[in-house]
Design a protein around this ligand. Structure first.
Ligand code: NAD
Length: 494
């Protein structure tokens, strides 16, 4: 992708975004809109419909009607597959437009956005499209005279609540398997990153998805998200976002129809570097990118660097050298390594975490400040704090920003103890040449994903999910289909 094509789109007018209900663009029922500020310059990018409970109820009703008359679930698998494959092709054909729109809305550096957003969304949709006609029920090995069949059925109406850090990628992780199973969906994008996701929904309709099967309502989480979660007519709720919201969703499910709730929450992932890592220079580079890309707004970010004491000083110096060379700034410039923080409030919160870390005895080894204030955008230097005590705020709380907490360890047992001293368990990494140690660490560190001698980038073939307060359920891989499936037993006397 060349810079000129990106620049041609960087100031394109963005029309006001309405909801998409029953295949139609509709305004909020009370006509209200909310402002979308671009993190690139703090200026208004456009307006979006500020949804009401009535809007969410209308979207859920449309999804229910589409499910009940089987306009989607009732189509032959090959026909549904064709629609999803066409959708993936359209996403690819509009990749640049989607990526630039998304970057103007959420601030991710364009190089990464192109791969991780439309690139990943197209791959995800294609993966689940291909699964549609290869996903069989089962025949149980039961006693003679009886036949036990296990049917796989769609659950009905799926509600999906999406965060702002990777709206297309995370959106596709939920929409594609839900639709592949024949469900209807109601989508609630994040307040500060809805535009590219709404465009993804439009492209689904262009690809031939019947009206009402996929509906999307923009607006505030505590209004439309809450209405979705409290609905008596949503069968499964899938969510990626913060633990605080996840907790509320479980309560809402309990207060309403006991809908199944799958939560993909935050992390404080330990990236553990032993002195016997095969290539310490590579480890330092990947460590820096593993926390600082997308300005640290990555759920699996290796935000805790645990480094063996004997190499601590040299290794941290190398990570700092790489961090300081990473270009922070205009996310639409292909040479930018770290784009904008998503919102002003997120930036203030990041800076507050750094101040608290120093107050609690940490040493600021690099960064720590806001950058490029004259642009009006939300930029922050990649930040490294060393000497972070295991119980310090920075070791325990997710920042969701470009801030690396460094703690040294003495031996393997010490590393495992530190790694597991967390309420989270999303991802982790271990760098070692010792194969036995690598396997011991995979087993001992309590996370949903462990990287060995790399960090980040597992593809669609493997699941992503957390343990502990990082959530339940999995996105990606064939296992994700389970969330959108009901098992029905047929017990037949022969
Ligand atoms: P958030 O919880 O504030 O918002 C996420 C979504 O929930 C938004 O769409 C928001 O509008 C909605 N929401 C907010 N309040 C709600 C309510 N009361 N009822 C219903 N919906 C509500 O999270 P965020 O700040 O947008 O996202 C960042 C978080 O997401 C981080 O903690 C990050 O680690 C996590 N995350 C996890 C994964 C993963 O796969 N595990 C991936 C990406 C991000």
């Amino acid at each position: 992708m060349d810079q000129a094509s990106i620049d041609a789109l960087r100031t394109a007018a963005v029309p006001m975004q309405m909801h998409i209900i029953n295949g139609q663009s509709v305004p909020a029922s009370d006509g209200q809109q909310m402002e979308v500020l671009s993190p690139l310059n703090g200026q208004r990018l456009t307006m979006v419909a500020k949804g009401t409970k009535a809007d969410m109820d209308a979207a859920i009703a449309a999804a229910r009607a589409a499910f009940e008359d089987r306009r989607w679930a009732g189509q032959p698998p090959a026909a549904r597959k064709k629609v999803l494959l066409r959708w993936a092709d359209l996403v690819e054909a509009h990749a640049l437009e989607l990526a630039v729109l998304g970057v103007r809305d959420n601030g991710t550096e364009i190089g990464m956005a192109l791969k991780a957003e439309p690139g990943s969304a197209a791959a995800t949709i294609r993966y689940y499209a291909e699964a549609i006609d290869k996903n069989y029920g089962e025949i149980a090995p039961t006693q003679e005279g009886f036949l036990g069949l296990i049917h796989k059925e769609p659950v009905g109406v799926v509600g999906a609540i999406i965060p702002w850090n990777f709206p297309l990628m995370i959106g596709a992780w939920k929409l594609a398997p839900a639709l592949a199973m024949g469900n209807s969906v109601v989508l609630k994008p994040a307040e500060t990153a809805s535009l590219s996701l709404m465009r993804l929904v439009e492209l689904a309709h262009e690809a031939g998805l019947p009206a009402g099967v996929l509906n999307a309502v923009t607006g505030e989480g505590p209004v439309v998200g809450e209405a979705m979660a409290l609905s008596m007519d949503v069968d499964v709720l899938v969510f990626t976002g913060s633990g605080a919201t996840g907790r509320r969703l479980l309560t809402y499910a309990a207060q309403s129809n006991l809908k199944r709730v799958y939560l993909e929450l935050g992390g404080k992932s330990p990236n553990i570097v032993f002195a016997d890592a095969p290539d310490l220079a590579e480890a330092a580079k990947v460590t820096a990118f593993g926390i600082f890309r997308n300005a640290g707004q990555v759920c699996v970010a290796g935000s805790r660097l645990l480094v063996e004491a004997s190499i601590h000083d040299d290794f941290v110096a190398e990570v700092a050298r790489i961090a300081e060379a990473m270009k922070v700034g205009d996310p639409l410039d292909l040479s930018t390594a770290i784009g904008a923080v998503n919102s002003d409030s997120q930036l203030r919160q990041n800076l507050q975490f750094v101040r608290a870390a120093v107050d609690e005895g940490g040493t600021l080894a690099s960064g720590g400040s806001q950058l490029l204030q004259g642009t009006g955008g939300y930029f922050m230097a990649p930040t490294i704090v060393t000497g972070v005590a295991p119980k310090a705020t920075l070791a325990q709380k997710e920042v969701f920003g470009p801030v690396l907490a460094v703690t040294s360890f003495e031996d393997e047992a010490d590393a495992v103890r530190l790694a597991n001293d967390s309420i989270y368990g999303l991802a982790g990494g271990v760098w070692t040449s010792n194969l036995s140690r690598a396997h011991r660490m995979i087993g001992a560190v309590r996370t949903g994903v462990m990287h060995v001698n790399t960090y980040g980038g597992p593809d669609m073939t493997v699941p992503l999910g957390g343990v502990g307060q990082s959530g339940n359920g999995h996105d990606k891989s064939l296992h994700a289909l389970d969330k959108y499936t009901n098992l029905k037993t047929a017990w037949i006397k022969l």
